[in-house]
Design a binder for this molecule. Structure first.
Ligand code: ATP
Ligand code: MG
Length: 543
């Protein structure tokens, strides 16, 4: 699938007109959380667009706020991007440019368009006015250039307390865009920074630092999500008034939202902090590490993102459309296996006790290259509970019922003759007979079975824990409720069942469990304690 959207058209025009001779984009995450699938839209868009034009994409950590950064987030973000198959042309940090940001700020003061303001945070807010009323100019707005230079340097040197002074730019206190009412570009924060230590007592604000970072790195097209539209005039103001040699352009696109989950770092952090999920890589999480653990492939995520297109409106997409791309990706790539999640005992009464035979099975009927394996068959088997009913409801019923015959996948026809029930009247065992002339591949065609179902041989199958997932957020709870209530308490269920003898419990190994779905072994899985995550259920399609 190829990327095609309004931003690509802009880039094409900019190359054609000679405005740029190379496309440079950047992905600018704050290193304060793990990436989620919404970020994947920004990553895929930036990297794919640059790739289209032989350009480059920079990974720039937006670390202008010293408080939030954590090394594990930086490492995770780098890994996630690599996992998606992209290589940044370089990895930079917003803090790399603190010196330049400062020099540009001094220039703005010298031009008489930046001033040190002594108003408090609350006063600034009050002076700013509202959408309906113009703001008031600060009494400090007309300080002399020399006084401003002195005060700004003293702010830098730590002479003033947090909150006592800011550096603001003079734009227009009556602008209809609130962001243009003399925005602050520097504030005092007396915290050491992960990269610059205690060198700085002042830190630039995002709206000032971001355009400068883009300009310094020669980014041509600075792509961001829709909420920044209102910030674009300020972005352009900063560029126009600092006169960098390279002029970037901000372009906004719609955010990606997924039904049944929340794509916001703050909420994801809360889920982890409240221990509602095990960690950021819990398979229920919409983080890239969570999706990976659940079994999603980078290819499926990329195709999904490309399929959603890119527009100037935010989109809300059902999770199931991601499922579709996973199935597409894995259909020919994975082996198919038999498993029984809710086992029901079947005894083949005409099959000799103690005898075991081996049957040949291809691993994927649609891709012979995946080879074959031996499956055992014996007197004691398990089938899926829901594949048996005593009395079939109608002639469309395609599973096992008393008096009827089904094919056991790749093996024999069996006929159910009798059931054994527990004291509650629930069927706990089916007594059946098999017809040894009906082996798959033998050419037997005298009768047609009612249907085909999977099974495992009780004498050789392996026990496995299956983790089944539902949406993270309960759609029936109000969006205004606290997260602890919105969290779907049934978002994960565990069942213990069986997998066929050939099943390999190696972590991260993926397979299609026949007539069931796509599964991926959990990181904690071992050959002796197989744990399998359901990535995508096929149930809807076979029901
Ligand atoms: P959050 O709102 O969850 O805190 P953020 O947007 O602040 O996320 P950043 O680290 O600043 O997180 O994001 C890096 C980039 O990813 C930004 O350019 C942002 O626009 C983009 N991005 C984040 N979430 C989405 C989304 N749901 N759809 C598209 N782009 C997104
Ligand atoms: Mg952000």
């Amino acid at each position: 699938m190829e990327i095609s959207n309004f931003i690509k058209t802009i880039m094409e025009e900019d190359l054609k007109s000679g405005k740029h001779d190379k496309i440079i984009t950047r992905f600018p995450p704050e290193p304060n959380a793990f990436l989620h699938i919404g970020h994947a839209r920004a990553i895929v868009t930036n990297f794919e667009l640059a790739k289209c034009f032989n350009g480059e994409t920079i990974l720039r950590f937006d670390d202008t706020n010293p408080a939030k950064e954590e090394k594990r987030f930086i490492d995770a973000i780098i890994n996630d991007i690599k996992w998606l198959g992209y290589t940044p042309s370089k990895i930079t940090f917003g803090s790399d440019y603190f010196d330049k940001d400062y020099e540009y700020a001094v220039e703005l003061i010298k031009q008489g368009i930046a001033y040190v303001d002594d108003l408090t945070k609350d006063e600034i807010k009050e002076y700013r006015g509202t959408l309906d009323t113009p703001g008031k100019e600060s009494p400090y707005r007309n300080r002399s250039v020399s006084e401003n230079l002195k005060l700004f340097e003293e702010m830098k040197n730590g002479l003033y307390e947090e909150g006592s002074k800011t550096l603001r730019v003079k734009i227009d206190m009556s602008s209809s865009n609130m962001n243009m009412r003399d925005p602050a570009i520097y504030r005092i924060i007396k915290k050491p920074h992960a990269h610059t230590g205690d060198k700085w007592n002042i830190y630039p604000l995002y709206d000032y630092a971001h355009p400068l970072q883009d300009a310094i790195e020669h980014v041509t097209h600075s792509l961001c999500s829709l909420e920044y539209v209102e910030h674009r005039p300020l972005y352009d103001w900063v560029i126009d008034n600092t006169h960098p040699e390279s002029i970037p352009r901000q372009i906004e696109f719609g955010r990606l939202n997924i039904e049944g989950t929340i794509l916001s770092k703050r909420y994801l952090k809360e889920l982890v902090d409240l221990k509602l999920v095990t960690d950021y890589d819990d398979p229920r999480m919409p983080t890239l590490v969570g999706l990976k653990r659940k079994g999603f492939t980078p290819e499926s995520i990329k195709e999904f993102i490309l399929s959603t297109g890119l527009s100037r409106i935010n989109s809300e997409i059902p999770f199931s459309s991601l499922d579709h791309y996973l199935m597409d990706d894995l259909k020919l790539k994975t082996v198919r296996r038999m498993a029984v999640l809710n086992p029901l005992k079947v005894t083949i009464t005409n099959y000799p006790e103690g005898e075991v035979e081996e049957l040949d099975f291809v691993n994927n009927l649609e891709n012979e290259e995946l080879g074959s394996r031996k499956i055992t068959f014996s007197r004691h088997l398990y089938i899926e509970k829901e594949d048996f009913i005593e009395v079939k409801p109608n002639n469309k019923y395609k599973r096992l019922s008393l008096g009827a015959e089904v094919r056991l996948m790749g093996s024999y026809f069996i006929k159910a003759n009798e059931v054994i029930k527990d004291e509650n009247g629930e069927v706990i065992e089916v007594l059946a007979t098999y017809d040894k002339n009906t082996l798959s591949g033998s050419g037997f065609n005298e009768r047609k079975p009612q249907g085909t179902i999977q099974y495992v041989d009780a004498s050789t199958c392996k026990k496995a824990t299956f983790r089944l997932f539902d949406s993270l957020i309960d759609p029936s709870v109000s969006e205004d409720a606290p997260l602890s209530e919105r969290f779907n308490k049934n978002s994960m269920t565990e069942v213990v069942g069986f997998v066929e003898n050939a099943y390999d419990g190696t972590p991260e190994l993926k397979s299609q469990l026949m007539r069931n779905g796509y599964y991926s072994n959990d990181y904690d899985s071992t050959q002796d304690n197989i744990i399998i995550n359901r990535t995508v259920s096929l149930k809807q399609s076979f029901k």
